[in-house]
Design a protein around this ligand. Structure first.
Ligand code: IMP
Length: 422
């Protein structure tokens, strides 16, 4: 196993990255989050207990892994403190394991208000999570963001007051709710005091761990097709959930990265707006949603569902350098008598296997499907690849051949144990 493995989503998020990371965390000394914020919701089931993780790397659930929130994350302190309390109530020693980058940007209430304001005014809605993610990244790149480490500086109050007043001018002019200056400063000083023990320079820390030969797992958030550069812009999130964002969001170097695991489901899903070539609008899509419990971890929003898109998967593998696939929900797809996967696009009568995120291309692309035999029976107890029924293996081997990439982890049920490792 390489000294640093990365777990990324290949489509529109919710592929089960948390499970891959949780599996790898058995071997990990350190787990890291690099991008995004509490727009993410990773569900991990451990011994029948369901954990909805939003900011803290799911590796912390192993009870032995240092968990780092990297500099690329935008951090809502209220959500983080809630998560810390939730983990502590389950006996997890958060104080021993959690480290937060002093360079992670902080989300303030004006970011959420601006997110709501901008989304409500968009002609073509993105369907953001309204958590202030985009506005917080805007401030980062506009160079007026406030970072975790800034909260402990002498000028913090003055800087925050200036920011609140500036943002309030915009909000008030738009007739949107403004943010109370005194109340916000007071609340954030309290948050800062509670989080101070965890805040440090995580860049140096990660390199120290690597030099000590510790095994680091980086847990991606969101996914390739939600990437600000490589996703279906503008229907994307405001960060780079692809491999480049892992480097800039942690301070790890390219040469540190070994294995890149790409998480997929045996079907596909998307939340929010934007093109989605294999989306099913009929009862089959509804059945996938029900069988796969495809509702937002945090918001409960029903997800759009469809068949697996191998054309898009090949693109995600190329962009990220994925060398192992983690295929989740094999049990779910096996409940269908027959099911399909997209093997090419028909674009205005021309068949192609080349993927691009251009909106016109994606909205005119019609999926060309290959049909597979389902009816796998109960596979949740299968411990080895060979125990899987022939038709399940046929699907897996087809994906491997199509993408030239090995499926190393196979999810056969919701619990931690329901995973075949090859
Ligand atoms: P934002 O990240 O809240 O700005 O939302 C932008 C788009 O990304 C919306 O379509 C969201 O639904 C989507 N999105 C953000 N985070 C996630 C995630 O963790 N899983 C799936 N979709 C996400």
């Amino acid at each position: 196993m390489s000294k640093c493995s990365v777990v990324l989503g290949c489509f529109y998020g919710d592929e089960g990255k948390g499970r891959t990371t949780d599996y790898l965390a058995q071997f990990a000394d350190v787990s890291v989050r690099a991008t995004g914020g509490n727009n993410a919701g990773h569900t991990i089931v451990v011994n029948g207990v369901k954990f909805a993780m939003r900011l803290i790397p799911s590796g912390i659930l192993s009870g032995k892994t240092i968990s780092v929130i990297g500099n690329g994350v935008v951090l809502n302190p209220a959500v983080l403190l809630g998560e810390i309390e939730m983990l502590k109530s389950h006996g997890i020693e958060v104080d021993k394991f959690l480290k937060i980058s002093d360079k992670a940007h902080v989300i303030f209430p004006y970011h959420s208000n601006l997110d709501v304001m901008l989304e409500n005014r968009r002609a073509n809605k993105i369907g953001t999570t309204k958590n202030g993610i985009g506005p917080a990244y805007c401030d980062k790149y506009e160079r007026c963001g406030i970072r975790m480490g800034d909260m402990y500086k002498a000028n913090f109050e003055a800087v925050l007051e200036h920011q609140i007043k500036t943002k309030n001018e915009i909000l008030a002019a738009a007739g949107e709710p403004t943010v109370d200056v005194e109340e916000t400063i007071k609340t954030y000083k309290e948050y800062a005091a509670k989080l101070e023990p965890y805040v440090c320079d995580t860049v140096n820390l990660l390199h120290k761990y690597l030099k000590e030969d510790k095994f680091v797992v980086v847990e991606g958030a969101q996914a390739t097709l939600l990437d600000i550069d490589f996703g279906s812009y503008p229907y994307v999130t405001s960060s780079n959930p692809t491999i480049g964002g892992i480097l800039t969001g942690t301070g790890l170097a390219a040469r540190d990265i070994g294995d890149v695991y790409g998480a997929i489901k045996a079907y596909s899903s998307r939340v929010g707006e934007g093109p989605y070539v294999t989306e099913l609008f009929d009862a089959v899509g509804d059945r996938i949603r029900d069988l796969g419990h495809e509702y937002g971890t945090v918001t409960g929003r029903p997800r759009r569902c469809g068949w697996l898109d191998l054309v898009a998967l090949k693109y995600a593998i190329d962009v990220n350098g994925v060398n192992y696939i983690n295929l989740n929900h094999l049990d779910t797809i096996g409940k269908f008598d027959t099911f399909k996967a997209c093997v090419a696009y028909d674009v205005n009568g021309v068949e192609t296997q080349d993927f691009t995120t251009d909106e016109d291309f994606l909205t005119s692309a019609k999926p060309v499907y290959k049909e597979f035999k389902g009816d796998f029976g109960d596979i949740s107890g299968c411990k080895t690849y060979e125990e899987l029924p022939a038709q399940a293996r046929e699907y897996i081997e087809f994906i491997e051949e199509y993408t030239g990439t090995m499926i190393k982890l196979i999810g056969t049920g919701a619990d931690r144990e329901n995973m075949i490792v090859r």
